[in-house]
Write a new protein. Structure first.
Length: 468
């Protein structure tokens, strides 16, 4: 058996580290750029400029051109993109991944009004999910080097392991959930066939990893409830790459963004959040808490600006589109009610601008992370490392990062209790300089205890753990 760390590495995820746009002026017909999203910012630096192969779905026309070329090197990555039929992809990604599985793991289903699984989905959308997993398995079987550790990421790809194990017994397979895992009562909202397929698919890995022991426990409970043997499990929270963050923070783009923000904020205190507009992130209640504070304490009006850098995502899912509209309506109502000629309470910016987000975290006085339920929340950790001002972190105990940071100086925000979140905001804003420094330094130590290298090392060790 190979020792941990000596195996070739294959990463498998729905969204790849690089995305391609058709560009007739480029020598090979495409222009590459770094892919969007938390998964890539977390995992990307681990395997950039190595021989690791990253297998992902083709999502743009440029990606589809690259898919025909097999394994391709771009932006420091060796990527292998899979061209999928657009209707199949929609069923797999929008319906199963983003509606059913994301909702079930984050507890977003309304059990009264919304059918968790509409009629026809087992033969339709679930068949598409199986099909896409088969295509990913085919790519792993064809392209994984002999003896590789195959690191499968997230809820999109729960079913490929049995097929890969049968065809390539030389490979070691680890599945990692970047989301929470549904406890039994929620997983039961899926049809039995789907629930058992998922658990059997996960079981076929050599190990399954989670960001927090809460999600690991929920997985184990769901296995017990379904009378299914669990996979070997491990807990391994991801961490930001400090060098990668520093490089962006010292870029010209971040410097420009900082001076733009200074013009917006002036002398006011700066509360910041950086999120996809995502139901589980609880953006709307965060604004409601801010409004509750302005209502209860009128003296605060004009003294604080809430910078919300919230960019739209997954608009193919009707519930996201509805939520994005509700969030914007909330911002408009709050700004109309409390704003003056010289002060806008919420500075709302929906552009997905990475250096600007990094700049906002550098200059924030308070950072709000109040999810309903969240696998980890890398932004919470990034905020701690980036702050120039001993930023205070208002954190929900439902974020996976709570396990590492909850005792290390955060201000607790119950995500369902708007009044409690408002009080946490007030306390964080009012903390003395000494207290701010004490909390920020304790948080920095907690975050700096881990780097992405720890995460990768733990995946590779987990790959060796189960001899079966
Ligand atoms: C976030 C989650 C990941 C998930 C990713 C997918 O980063 O933390 O668990 O894989 O979103 O996002 P996407 O935009 O590709 O649907």
């Amino acid at each position: 058996m190979a020792a941990a760390g000596t195996r070739p590495i294959v990463i498998v995820s729905n969204r790849g580290p690089v995305t391609f746009a058709v560009d007739d002026a480029a020598p090979d017909g495409v222009a590459a750029r770094r892919g969007a999203g938390g998964l890539v910012s977390g995992l990307g630096p681990l395997v950039a400029d190595t021989d690791a192969v990253w297998i992902a779905a083709a999502m743009s026309d440029g990606d589809r051109l690259v898919a025909e070329r097999g394994v391709t090197r771009a932006e420091g990555y060796r990527v292998r993109l899979i061209d999928l039929d657009p209707d199949t992809f929609t069923d797999y990604y929008d319906r199963v991944c983003n509606e059913a599985l994301w909702f079930v793991h984050h507890g977003l289903f309304d059990p009264v009004y919304e059918p968790a699984w509409p009629p026809g989905w087992v033969d339709g959308a679930w068949a598409a999910y199986r099909d896409v997993n088969r295509r990913f398995a085919d790519a792993v079987i064809a392209d994984a080097p002999e003896g590789a550790a195959v690191l499968v990421q997230d809820y999109h790809l729960c079913l490929l392991a049995p097929q890969v194990r049968a065809a390539r017994p030389d490979l070691r397979l680890v599945h990692f959930s970047h989301t929470p895992f549904a406890p039994p009562a929620w997983l039961r909202m899926l049809p039995d066939e789907v629930r058992l397929d998922l658990l059997d698919g996960l079981r076929a890995h050599h190990a399954c990893g989670f960001h927090s022991s809460r999600w690991e426990r929920d997985y184990l409970d769901s296995c017990l409830d379904a009378d299914r043997a669990p996979c070997a499990t491990f807990v391994s929270p991801l961490a930001p790459d400090p060098d990668d963050l520093r490089a962006t923070a010292s870029s010209d783009a971040a410097a420009t963004a900082r001076s733009d923000l200074a013009a917006v904020v002036g002398d006011a205190a700066f509360v910041v959040r950086v999120d996809r507009i995502e139901l589980s992130k609880n953006v709307r209640r965060g604004f409601q808490a801010f409004a509750a504070l302005l209502e209860a304490e009128p003296d605060r009006r004009g003294t604080v600006v809430f910078g919300a850098f919230c960019y739209p995502s997954r608009l193919g899912v009707p519930a996201y589109d509805r939520y994005a509209k509700a969030v914007i309506a909330e911002v408009e109502a709050i700004n109309a009610r409390y704003g003056t000629d010289t002060w806008t309470p919420i500075h709302y910016d929906p552009t997905d601008d990475y250096p600007r987000s990094i700049a906002a975290l550098q200059v924030a006085d308070v950072v709000v992370v109040n999810p309903i339920r969240d696998g980890l929340n890398l932004v919470a950790k990034e905020a701690v490392l980036l702050s120039d001002r001993d930023a205070q972190l208002v954190l929900s105990p439902e974020a996976g990062a709570w396990e590492e940071l909850g005792e290390a100086g955060v201000w607790e925000a119950d995500p369902f209790d708007v009044g409690a979140t408002a009080r946490a905001l007030a306390d964080a804003l009012d903390a003395s300089a000494d207290e701010r420094a004490r909390r920020a330094s304790s948080l920095r130590a907690a975050v700096a205890a881990r780097t992405p290298a720890h995460w990768l090392d733990e995946q590779l060790r987990a790959a060796e753990a189960d001899p079966s």
